[in-house]
Design a protein around this ligand. Sequence first.
Ligand code: GLA
Length: 813
Amino acid sequence: MKQLILSLALAASFLCCNSVAAKDIAQPGSFKVGNKTFLLNDKPFVVKAAEVHYPRIPREYWDQRIKMCKALGMNTLCIYVFWNFHEPQMDNFLFTGQNDVAAFCRLAQKNGMYVIVRPGPYACAEWEMGGLPWWLLKKKDIRLREQDPFFMERAEKFETKLAEQLRDLTIQKGGPIIMVQVENEYGSYGEDKPYMSAMRDIIRKAWQAPDLTLFQCDWSSNFTKNGLDDLTWTMNFGTGANIDNEFKKLGELRPNSPKMCSEFWSGWFDKWGGRHETRGAEAMVDGIAQMLERGISFSLYMTHGGTSWGHWAGANSPGFAPDVTSYDYDAPINEAGQVTDKFWKLRKAMEKYSGDWDPNTGKWVSPQQGGRKRGLPAVPKEYPTIAIPKFELKEFAPLAAGTDSIAKMGGLMTFEEMDFGWGSMIYITSLPEIPVQSILQLDAHDYAQVFIDNQFIGKVDRVKHEQTLKLPATKKGQQLIILVEGMGRINFGRAIKDFKGIVSAPVITAEVDGIATSWTPRQWTKCRIQDDYASAVKALNNPSAAFLHLTPLSIREGQGGESGYYRGYFNLKKTGDTFLNLENWGKGQVYVNGHAIGRHWYIGPQQTLYVPGCWLKKGQNEVIVLDVMGPRGERTIEGLQKPIIDRLNLDRPQTHRLEGQTLDLSGEKPVLEGEFKSGNGWQEVKFPQPVSGRYVCIEALNSHNNREYCCIAEWYMLGADGTRLSREPWQVAYCDDEDITSGNKTADKIFDLQESTYWSTNRGVQFPHHLIIDLGQDQTFTGIQYLPRVEAGAPESIRQYRIYVKSSLFKGL
Ligand code: GLA
């Protein structure tokens, strides 16, 4: 009997405390890595974290969003700290108001939530430059995320300033912070343990907390590349993933390590010009239930996504795919903090796991045994939404009125050289006499509109890989004016070193009297236009300061207005959240009562911008639209009660098969044919001998399990030395079939660096399928690497295949 009582007592002491009450975390405590489990105050603990980003939520709403996460059954909040948000100019550190990360952590604690901090210095997160400050690029040759002395010195300074804010909030000191991450997914950037070690040391030193648990997150396919012996390793993967596979390697290398999915992606982000992304609720609930059944910790990315206000949205690469303003992410708590169908389904499932995890039995037991109440907290109230009747933006100032700095003549300069991060630049040069039509070669980041003597000639859009434009015959002395708008800096992959403006000297070429002739203008006037509220107000208060009036496309088409600043007002009797409909407008930024609420672009899929009611007021409210293209129709806006984030408005289809194209492979000889294995994971095949060419055609003859369609998650070509070739210049030259019905499964997903996204053909469309990659130039290769979908059973993976390589495009295209 005595023994029984003892073992009951022991078992009870080993039950973990997953249902957290506010009082539990006010006392100094501990969070450690135990045997196959995390230990919170020496008891097993399963982290159920909600990823939320405080900069993406108005401070006034932090509390409601935290309570929403708690109502989902989460016990922890997982936050990135974006360096550029806290140090927008070098040595100007911001930690108050919206930037008060310590206040956010304290609020979390008040609500009975723990906090995991991810201080970078790099984050990714579809945030401008992945969280790195643009001013690092003022050192032109900087090596970002490497042991470049300037990068390391600045990163250390930031990490130290941040730790000064947070180091008293660790669990060891009675605060809510249980873990801190070092860097972010370094495996998809490079292989550099010395750099990772140096960053770990910087963070450890800054936090002055020897007992603080530090961890790394990566993918199961690459975490060993940079895994440090003394840090905890966690894996990132999305819904549908085979959970056992994801942790297999970790289990082999560290059999006693607790398991955690540090980013469980149950939605995805949207890009301008791409379809709105969604992911099913069932797969999310199933994945989380599977993890909790095994006592695996997780962070749900995103539980609430929020909004990338102002110019904070980043861009993806390879290529250039700027992210939209909304970071709704198809998350269970939507952009406006409202519950969704996904929310209710998840809450229901999480209820089952609201008790305590007993690692001895592998079961969740009712918390009542530990004296706590069962069930989840009540769902907090949502903020009310309002509609705002259509109003007109009558005041106008031309774009050039927003110029705050001019560099006369001399060579080209980027934004960074003109010492600013965000906005537009106007470049002006004098043209020579060119009696015939010519071609302008222009490498502009990111959206350039070209004018001759103020008349719109055409645009060069980096998103579409455009770099040339036809110019009409010109007279000597005519002015070539190039207006370049910068969008978000790339946040993923090697391309994060993303300068803005004209990045290499434009060249004009023409054939004059049968002779190929070229001109490289050397003397440029450069005008800086910052996209901030102060510049907009200054321009509107003095529109006559504009030294040029550009006539954009919309006016030439007889429907819109000039590019510039438009201001209007609306009156409110009561405030509430609203969604401003920008469908009449071109492309630019919007400010409401001085708050930069984000980018708009008519191409969609996002057409409305979320405005939280806490930034509105009773009486008169001000709206300014900075439109670099000019409005396309009426200069009006209305506020809707529901968002429109899924309406594309494209002049070309997103698919890669042009009308009339039918690939003809007759007479072509494959350089390789074979059969891929079934199952998950990377496969590598070597060619019998090296081959050269620019176009690589992948032919899928059928798929495993006799599926009606096929998919590829990632694809690499191996170079002469057997290593992966850079995919930066890659484009899809052709693809016979792409599924664009549900989110983002187009052919370019095979080289988007994301293992969790993939190309898919449509169900029932007959094999064979063909996808042709344009590598940009002739290259020599020795093999390929192929990754099927990461989901269990590798659904729709290709079985028999052939590969063709050519230097010129295939017949029929
Ligand atoms: C990775 C990054 C995140 C985010 C997601 C995609 O996992 O670590 O910051 O960019 O991809 O949303």
